[in-house]
Design a protein around this ligand. Structure first.
Ligand code: HEC
Ligand code: HEC
Length: 380
């Protein structure tokens, strides 16, 4: 018998022994199924199915643990800040501030993003620098302008807790807590934050109605901007014919019910962006001032708006789009009205209709969902 095979056999034997000993412990009942129970996501019919990573499938135990961790202040350097400090359920998991402050009261330069249907996302953060929720969840803990802690410190604190090791054991089969498992549990909880029961959704599913204004607003949302029949130039592409609409659908794509195209655009906020946005990640000058298109679900609950929270109200946002925004080398071709002589042309009646539509995206069941709220201290 060769040496490696002997070592493997020895290891297998040792593992069997350990497993055998565990099974004999009378006071620790081992569930018959031997693992955590799958968690069934309740996805409304007008939203697409949600893919889950093969190495982190949703389980009841994982989601429950993730919820405790999301509200856990021991994840921060002064044990006074949790994820929920900046991502509050009642504000669709945003924080109501233009830019967020961390434990050292140092203000960041970006606004806390709402967490809505994040499980569908392919890129996270305003600049898309994380490509999974698991990867994203590792960052705030050590970020000096957020929770400013160290992973060894956090892991030691959780490991020393009376309950957490058992919760990790139930969710992941080990009571040895590490940062990757914390991130996996947080990601599982965040995948359950699904919003799809706004009045607009119920209207789409034929379960209810929304006002005539809101319906007209939805139509405008999905029509090209510019006077009907007018030929509107699109940089680097064929011109489009104006339809008197609001032009929002190009980026806040409504078809799949997600209101984002998961792409990065410069929506004309600045001629010279103070924040490089996507270019800070790719190093590509063409990405200057490009940011991830945010969803518009629950938008009435997530003011102030944009990556730096510069607009306090939806009216200010509509003013911006109506003016066309600032021209620049990287402004999106679909911002077609940056020429100072041109305007999108939303009159007060149209603006009121678009606002009524955006209001119909407020999902009270999501904002008040008991399953998303602070569960209190961890419990078995
Ligand atoms: C101090 C406030 C603060 C705390 C605490 C905080 N966040 Fe955030 N969060 C932000 C800000 C600001 C952004 C946007 C940052 C950026 O784009 O650079 C963000 C972005 C995110 C995103 C990206 C969402 C998207 O659609 O791309 C996720 C997910 C997220 N945070 C989850 C968490 C989790 C999980 C925790 C706890 C481990 C946490 N946050 C703690 C402020 C905070
Ligand atoms: C060219 C693509 C594009 C078009 C067209 C567009 N948006 Fe946006 N929108 C974005 C991007 C990208 C952001 C984030 C920009 C940032 O923060 O720097 C954004 C941000 C927003 C926000 C703020 C969201 C938040 O969470 O802070 C609102 C509200 C909004 N858009 C509404 C609209 C409406 C209404 C229309 C149509 C009148 C529209 N958008 C047209 C790409 C677009």
């Amino acid at each position: 018998m060769s040496r490696p095979i002997r070592i493997i056999l020895l290891l297998v034997g040792a593992m069997a022994l350990v497993a055998g000993c565990r099974r004999e412990e009378p006071d620790e009942p081992v569930p018959q199924t031997g693992g955590p129970s799958p968690y069934t996501l309740n996805i409304p019919a007008n939203l697409p199915p949600m893919a889950q990573p093969a190495d982190n499938p949703l389980t009841e135990e994982g989601v429950r643990l993730g919820r405790f961790l999301f509200f856990e202040e021991r994840l921060s350097g002064d044990n006074g800040m949790s994820c929920a400090s900046c991502h509050k359920p009642a504000l669709a998991f945003s924080d109501g501030k233009a830019v967020s402050k961390g434990i050292d009261s140092i203000a960041g330069t970006r606004s806390a993003m709402p967490l809505i249907n994040a499980g569908y996302g392919q890129f996270f953060f305003w600049d898309g620098r994380a490509s999974s929720l698991e990867q994203q969840a590792l960052e705030p803990v050590t970020n000096p302008i957020e929770m400013h802690d160290t992973w060894p410190n956090v892991m030691a604190e959780l490991q020393a807790d009376a309950v957490y090791p058992a919760l990790f054991k139930r969710a992941f089969g080990t009571d040895q807590i590490d940062s990757l498992l914390v991130a996996k549990a947080l990601a599982q909880y965040m995948r359950t934050l699904i919003s799809g029961n706004s009045p607009f959704d119920k209207f789409r599913r034929g379960e209810g109605t929304i006002s005539a204004d809101a319906q007209a607003g939805y139509t405008l949302f999905n029509l090209e901007g510019g006077a009907p029949g007018q030929l509107i130039p699109v940089a680097g592409s064929t011109p489009v014919i104006g339809q008197g609409g609001a032009d929002c659908f190009h980026c806040h794509t409504a078809d799949a019910g997600l209101f984002t195209d998961e792409q990065f655009h410069n929506n004309g906020l600045d001629a010279v962006p103070a924040d490089a946005g996507r270019a800070g990640v790719t190093g590509n000058a063409a990405d200057l001032g490009r940011f991830k298109t945010p969803t518009l679900r629950n938008i009435m609950a997530t003011a102030p708006y944009m990556h730096d929270g510069r607009f306090a109200t939806i009216d200010e946002v509509l003013d911006h789009y109506n003016s066309g925004g600032h021209p620049s080398a990287t402004v999106d071709p679909f911002m077609k009205f940056t020429d100072p002589d041109m305007e999108l042309g939303l009159d007060p009646a149209k603006r009121a209709q678009i606002k009524a539509f955006l209001q119909a995206l407020t999902d009270e069941e999501f904002l008040n969902n008991p399953a998303f709220q602070d569960p209190g201290p961890p419990q078995l």
